[in-house]
Design a protein around this ligand. Sequence first.
Ligand SMILES: [Zn+2]
Length: 152
Amino acid sequence: MNASATQPVASAVVGCPFCDTLNRVSLGRLDNRPKCAECQKPLLLDRPVFAKDESLSRVISGATVPVLVDFYADWCGPCRMMAPVLDELATERAGELLVVKVNSDQNPVSPQHFGVRGIPTLIVFRDGQEVRRQVGFAPKAQLAALIDGSTR
Ligand SMILES: [Zn+2]
């Protein structure tokens, strides 16, 4: 562990699912039910959050915890198989991992930016930098190893 990389309070930047406002949320206080500063609706971080082309880079660079980004599409069978696995990971690791989903049909710029050639593509980011990626369906254990294997 590098002491200089230690963050006193884990936090993340997430877009409000209702009004798209980006909010910085303290991950150490999820029990306090964080709310959107703009519309006051709840921000739920025990499940995957959604990001758009306009917000993805700020979500990735704004988190002090690892970020797992899933580039998916609604018509993609393996993506649908991935969905419950990502839901479980987000719940089990709430507060220590941010699971972000990007609909690549509605957000074509981000997949291109990250060189995504097939979906699902899952990319692990730490401190805003890509550390690992997985293309195609992965069972939960494999995905967990992808995330934990990126520990430096
Ligand atoms: Zn809002």
